[in-house]
Design a protein around this ligand. Structure first.
Ligand SMILES: [Fe+2]
Length: 241
């Protein structure tokens, strides 16, 4: 009797169906045609060019940022994977958990200016505290990346992504890693930064030897369509190389 697909197989096929496979495995059909244009910008073009604020507008006053010290590093941990896909949503479709929106701005400590076009490598556990590569007997397929992604800062150094609130996990007798999100940043002219983001009020934080106060943010809860989601801001300041 045929067996139902495992969750991992199902997810893999779902992701492939959505076109989320790695670029290396994608090819365009031989008879593919260019996507049809629906016309010029027309009056929308006038609208867009008359809105006052262009993308060259200087960022908000950086002197108002009270925390002019470089963001503290934190441990890498054993679960980082290189070459996660670029996307604004860290989690697969319908990943269980409380939706979490994180946004922030990346700054240079020396220039006190935002850093555009820098990659943030981000990874985390699922709501049960599991990483996609934490079981050596069942490693993920090389082209499937669950709960991890790379995000690029925009012209004004800002980034944002959607994910879910990560679960805590136990690392020893009465030792826990509280919910956290891993970051790895490599920006030209700056020291590489490996750090983690934590959330104020989680009870596991007193059982973790690695957490740093400066990396804890306060989340806000929101209600929409009878669903609760949370949001928070995590600005990052890089020290020059
Ligand atoms: Fe971790």
């Amino acid at each position: 009797m045929p067996q139902p697909p495992s969750r991992r197989t199902f997810l893999r096929h779902s992701l492939l169906g959505l076109g989320v496979a790695s670029a290396a495995s994608l090819t365009l059909k031989a008879d593919a045609q260019p996507t049809e244009s629906s016309g010029g910008l027309g009056s929308y073009g006038d609208y867009l060019t008359n809105q006052g604020e262009s993308i060259d507008t200087p960022p908000a006053a950086v002197e108002s940022n009270p925390k002019w010290t470089a963001t503290e590093p934190n441990i890498l941990g054993p679960f980082h994977r290189e070459r996660a896909p670029y996307r604004g949503k860290i989690t697969p479709p319908l990943e269980p958990g409380t939706v979490l929106l994180i946004a922030g701005t990346l700054w240079g400590l020396n220039t006190r200016k935002p850093l555009p076009a820098v990659t943030l490598d981000i990874w985390q556990a699922n709501a049960k505290g599991r990483y996609d590569n934490d079981d050596p007997r069942n490693p993920p397929a090389p082209d499937v990346f669950l709960n991890r992604a790379r995000v690029l800062t925009d012209e004004q150094g800002r980034y944002e992504y959607e994910t879910i609130y990560p679960g805590a996990y136990q690392t020893g007798p009465n030792v826990w890693r509280p919910p956290h999100i891993h970051y790895l940043l490599r920006a030209q002219g700056y020291q590489s930064l490996i750090t983690q983001l934590y959330f104020k009020g989680d009870p596991h934080q007193t059982k973790d030897p690695f957490i740093k106060n400066s990396l804890i943010i306060q989340l806000e809860s929101h209600q929409r369509d009878q669903t609760t989601y949370q949001s928070g801001t995590f600005d990052i300041i890089l020290a020059p190389a």
